[in-house]
Design a protein around this ligand. Structure first.
Ligand SMILES: CC(=O)N[C@H]1[C@@H](OP(=O)(O)OP(=O)(O)OC[C@H]2O[C@@H](n3ccc(=O)[nH]c3=O)[C@H](O)[C@@H]2O)O[C@H](CO)[C@@H](O)[C@@H]1O
Ligand SMILES: C=C(OP(=O)(O)O)C(=O)O
Length: 424
């Protein structure tokens, strides 16, 4: 099993290119199911989740071709399609639920295993199901599978006003995709405003969908009878960029993050500026400069939906808070079990106490390298950041979690001067 070995203590210097966003690319790959014409995506990141999604789509019957150009994929969902997402393919990836809406809209039926993914909470999909039911789908749960179909005599979903109980990112995306081919108007209330939702809406509009209000809490969709092929460039990964911002902040140094989008990272950048980090946007990305974690001031924060502080950056910023000066309180409001990195950070010398949904970080700790275990994707990234500042050697086991969502993280960090290598 792959591990990462890091020898900490080196500042980071130079330039890295931020890849396309995992959480934008995955729904966009599923959008290929909505048309029989070819969909070309550029800037698709090289990730394990993308490979898993490709395998799932191929299993359903989508033809997928890789372009010579980096990150180019063309997908074509020509009939016959087999609208089944089997357990073996969806168990490792939350985003596999995103085939449900498109399959139902296109094929009138779908059989999708309940998804897996990071074990950061119970993560039910009741809002996806309720929304599709409001659009006329008949849905039952059998043997761990969601069995969805249109009622006899109907060939399309019908538009509906849907208010989700909470803001859900993939829920919004699933219902948005389903609504593009429904009869009549769908209104999604309490919709997610994340940049990945906006990027998906822009792709769907290029495919001929009639969508308004994406990026706000209310999205209007006028269903159309068919969508066409399109070409689209996947938006840069704000979480990858945020992770590198925290890595440079903690390790010290100066780096340019090519293609990084400051406008998608306001909440994180505000906290970094308050901590004493310099962050500047330019035409082609972001520059970050830091005197190193020990010279920074720890920051309290609370995760919320976009444009608030992203839950997917909580673990990485917490690693920074461990070495920065002063106490901080980190409150996780999105997922009920997203502090699994705390125990592993403690092995490196961090002092953190959890009380309910808040982690109280003591700050000002000198971390020392140790063997640790990655428990989920962003927990892995937080351990990498901690390893970069720790004295001596840190070995992170179960690094496959990191590969789900980061495109060659160790290669990029090495380019910045980090002493990091993958052990087979
Ligand atoms: C592939 C992808 O894009 N993953 C992102 C997506 O996950 P994902 O879309 O799964 O997260 P949601 O926004 O749906 O989850 C938000 C909260 O709502 C709850 N919930 C959600 C749906 C539902 O039907 N019922 C329900 O109770 C969840 O358990 C969670 O507590 O948004 C999360 C929140 O920004 C990010 O951490 C993930 O990286
Ligand atoms: C939680 C995440 O991913 P997923 O929703 O795919 O499990 C993440 O990207 O941090």
């Amino acid at each position: 099993m792959d591990k990462l070995r890091i020898r900490g203590g080196r500042p980071l210097q130079g330039e890295v290119t931020i890849s396309g966003a995992k959480n934008a690319a995955l729904p966009q790959l599923c959008a290929a199911l909505l048309t029989e014409q070819a969909l070309t995506l550029r800037n698709v990141p090289r990730l394990r989740d993308v490979a898993t999604m490709r395998a799932l789509l191929e299993r359903i019957g989508v033809r997928v071709q890789t372009h010579g150009e980096r990150g180019g994929l063309t997908l074509q969902a020509v009939e016959p399609l087999d609208p089944v997402a089997p357990y073996e393919l969806v168990k490792t990836m939350r985003a596999s639920i995103l085939v449900l809406g498109p399959l139902l809209a296109r094929c009138g039926r779908a059989r999708v295993s309940l998804p897996g993914g990071c074990a950061i909470g119970a993560r039910p999909v009741d809002q996806h199901i309720r929304g599709l039911q409001a659009m006329g789908a008949q849905i039952t749960m059998e043997h761990g599978y969601i069995e969805a179909r249109l009622p006899p005599g109907r060939s399309r979903l019908r538009g509906a006003r849907i208010t989700t109980d909470m803001v859900t990112v993939t829920g919004t995306e699933n219902l948005l995709m389903a609504a593009t081919l429904a009869e009549g108007e769908t209104v999604l209330e309490n919709a997610a405003q994340e940049p990945e939702v906006v990027d998906l809406a822009e792709l769907l509009i290029a495919m001929g969908a009639r969508i308004e209000g994406h990026g706000t809490r209310r999205i209007h969709v006028q269903g159309v009878a068919a969508l066409r092929g399109a070409e689209h460039h996947v938006v840069a990964d704000r979480i990858e960029a945020g992770t590198f911002l925290c890595a440079v902040a903690a390790a010290g140094g100066r780096a340019h993050l090519r293609h990084g989008r400051a406008d998608h990272l306001d909440a994180v950048i505000d906290k970094l500026l308050a901590a004493g980090v310099e962050v500047e946007a330019d035409a082609d990305g972001l520059t970050v400069a830091s005197p190193g974690g020990a010279a920074l001031q720890a920051q309290s924060f609370r995760t919320t939906e976009y444009p608030g502080f992203p839950t997917d950056m909580q673990a990485q910023f917490m690693a920074l808070n461990c070495v920065a000066q002063g106490p901080s309180a980190v409150t996780e409001t999105i997922f009920e079990n997203r502090f699994m990195h705390v125990q592993e950070l403690a092995r490196l010398g961090a002092r953190i106490r959890i009380d309910g949904r808040t982690a109280f970080v003591e700050g000002g700790q000198r971390l020392s390298g140790a063997a640790v275990m990655a428990t989920d994707l962003r927990a892995s990234a937080s351990l990498v950041i901690a390893g970069l500042v720790a004295d001596g050697e840190t070995v992170i086991d179960r690094i496959y979690h990191l590969d789900r969502g980061y495109d060659q993280m160790e290669v990029k960090l090495r380019a910045l001067g980090a002493d990091i290598e993958r052990l087979a």
